[in-house]
Design a protein. Structure first.
Length: 644
């Protein structure tokens, strides 16, 4: 079938709109990558990045080529340009980074964000902006409901591990990432429950709130609730109709709060070490309660929508409502200050508690964790990051290098980490002032666009989700979970798109479209090569674990061809050769990997494992110098003493 067969009559081929062929394209752009990445452990591992970035980059290139008009307003251009510049600076840092392979991996990850943001802006129109936010809500809801079911029906769905940390994390794989993911979804769902065009849509989104808040609760994280609160405040502050939004919150908010309270009473769902039978019994009972509460909240939302259409609230009614809310807020603050101290005292107590390490938990009740405001060593992690930044004050140490500095200077009371647990601090450490400036310019652009976009009914919800991400990523490693970061960035993109209603975007010139499309194709080619190479590397690991060293070596060699900048294929080849008993070949492979990255302690340790005599001792000494608290040298001596 040719283009003429699907083109509406009277519309020239050159002006045919892609959305006319695929009306829900913006929703698909948000839904598909977020669901796919979230289901693949949040997109943490490199093997998942190419599957998201390559189709999106090709979609951008094709749209720029076949569409006669591509329009972006000033804020959208700044947002894309800042993200592209940030990605370019990450890639450029590989020049001075001591870990070239790791810096390139950071570049591969940021391409996912650049591809998704570019595709959402290029393929969306102002009238379809709400579809993008709806697609995002659908993705978050699907993943969150599945995650909740792993707790409520552990005998049928999920990953019941009584010896593991009993905090909801799957399928994203990290409880704090899941809590932010669900919090963003809750804020967007609340926006639709208050402002959706149809009553059924409002009812469905109000019902989703009853499921999303318990999902946040069962992660037993604290930062997620803080981010959720910050998002609600942001939504109310920026909204032009904040009294209506507050009224909606009073209608659809209490029942989800009741659901969370009832969850705290379920022993089998809140205590570590719970037997499977009790966990399943309590989960099934709580699931039935949630079903009732979902229907109740949906009914309330429907009634609120019905009342809005038929009851006209006058000026005096709105003023009275505002006065009552103000009095309630003042009374609540007064009670809190009289009991816990004035704001300055509370700030000092909070700062002291945050810096302190958490006390040892003697009880299995995870509800106790919610009452502890310790930062779990984050202050020490940020202090190390600041020390590293002082050593590299101009360019930074290089993307992906924080772990190296941490291992070399690990405090005695802090467990192993790979990230600084703050996007802003880690960016300063790894990319220097230039990188941090680009990041701040990128993240502030949607907030600046709110001055215009705030008049859109759903803009407050998007602003709430975006602010929640900005707050949470300041205290955790959300950037390393593409599904979570995409949820936040797409809220920002929605804000930009909502602003198009009040000021028409300018058309991109033909040279700009051609150059941008060419760059998208080049980026897609790089991402494809990285995808195939990372997949081969993953197959090598799997084959070695299955006891197939020949297949592991073949896949490692394939990865070596596709990832010439990375020492990982050489290391994988060395492991496969060691498993096959080819120790001399394994030593050569590990030495080649070390020649590409002399700062990886694990490569030195694995070289020691296939070496003997003085060579083994020197390799162990290198490993210990890079990771002093590892105890590798002591273990090496013990192993030699056990030899006959």
């Amino acid at each position: 079938m040719g283009a003429e067969a699907v083109r509406p009559a009277g519309v020239p081929i050159g002006r045919f709109r892609l959305q006319q062929a695929v009306p829900s394209l913006p929703a698909l752009v948000a839904f598909a990558p977020v669901v796919g990445l979230a289901a693949a452990q949040g997109g943490y591992f490199p093997t998942s990045w190419g599957w998201a970035s390559v189709p999106l980059l090709w979609a951008v290139a094709i749209a720029l080529i076949i569409r006669s008009e591509v329009r972006l307003n000033t804020y959208e251009r700044v947002f894309v340009a800042a993200l592209a510049a940030f990605a370019g600076w990450i890639a450029l840092s590989a020049v001075w980074s001591p870990a070239l392979g790791q810096s390139v991996l950071e570049t591969e990850r940021v391409l996912v964000y650049l591809a998704a943001v570019s595709a959402a802006l290029v393929l969306s129109r102002a009238r379809l902006a709400r579809q993008l936010l709806g697609g995002l809500l659908a993705a978050i809801s699907l993943i969150s409901v599945f995650s909740l079911l792993t707790r409520l029906a552990p005998d049928r769905i999920g990953v019941y591990e009584p010896e593991a940390v009993y905090r909801l994390s799957q399928p994203i794989g990290y409880w704090n990432g899941l809590e932010l993911f669900a919090a963003i979804g809750a804020l967007v769902a609340f926006g639709f429950a208050a402002r959706a065009r149809t009553t059924p849509a409002r009812a469905v989104c109000a019902g989703l709130l009853v499921l999303l808040l318990p999902t946040i609760y069962f992660t037993f994280g604290r930062a997620g609730w803080i981010a959720l609160g910050a998002g609600v405040v942001a939504a109310v502050v920026v909204d032009c109709r904040r009294l209506q939004l507050l009224a909606a919150l009073l209608v659809v908010g209490p029942i989800p709060a009741v659901a969370v309270f009832m969850a705290t009473r379920e022993t089998g769902l809140t205590h570590e070490g719970t037997p499977l039978e009790q966990a399943a019994r309590d989960g099934h009972r709580f699931a039935l309660l949630l079903a009732v509460l979902v229907l109740a909240n949906a009914t309330l939302a429907s009634g609120f929508a019905y009342a809005e259409r038929r009851i006209e609230v006058g000026v005096w009614g709105r003023r009275l409502f505002a006065v009552v809310l103000g009095l309630v807020l003042v009374a609540t603050a007064s009670v809190a200050f009289s009991r816990y101290g004035d704001p300055v005292t509370l700030a000092k107590k909070g700062y002291t508690t945050f810096k302190a390490l958490p006390p040892p938990r003697r009880e299995s009740d995870l509800n106790q964790r919610l009452l502890n405001f310790s930062g779990n060593g984050r202050a020490a992690l940020w202090g190390l990051a600041w020390e590293d930044a002082e050593r590299h004050p101009v360019l930074g140490a290089g993307a992906g290098t924080y772990e190296r500095y941490f291992l070399a200077h690990q405090p005695a009371d802090i467990s192993l980490v790979r990230d600084a647990h703050s996007l802003y601090v880690e960016t300063l450490t790894e990319l220097g002032p230039v990188g941090l400036t680009l990041l701040i310019a990128l993240l502030l652009t949607p907030l600046a666009a709110l001055l215009r976009a705030r008049r859109h009914p759903l803009a407050p919800a998007a602003a709430g989700g975006y602010v929640a991400y900005l707050v949470h990523t300041g205290v955790d490693w959300d950037w390393e979970l593409p599904a979570v970061t995409l949820a936040g960035l797409l809220c920002g993109v929605s804000i930009l798109l909502f602003g198009r209603r009040w000021r028409a975007p300018r058309r991109l010139s033909l040279p700009t479209r051609v150059v941008t499309a060419s760059l998208a194709v080049a980026a897609a080619a790089f991402a494809t090569m990285a995808l195939v190479g990372n997949s081969a590397l993953s197959r090598s690991v799997a084959a070695r674990e299955r006891g197939e060293p020949a297949s592991a070596a073949a896949n490692a060699r394939r990865a070596r061809t596709l990832l010439p900048w990375s020492p990982k294929p050489w290391a994988a080849l060395g492991r496969a050769q060691a498993a096959a008993g080819l120790l001399s070949h394994a030593r050569q492979s590990f030495r080649r990997a070390i020649s590409m990255d002399r700062g990886d302690w694990q490569l030195w340790y694995e070289l020691a494992g296939v070496s003997t005599g003085p060579a083994r001792r020197r390799a162990l000494q290198h490993a210990v110098a890079l990771f002093p608290r590892s105890g590798l040298l002591a273990s090496g001596r013990a192993s030699r003493n056990r030899r006959p």
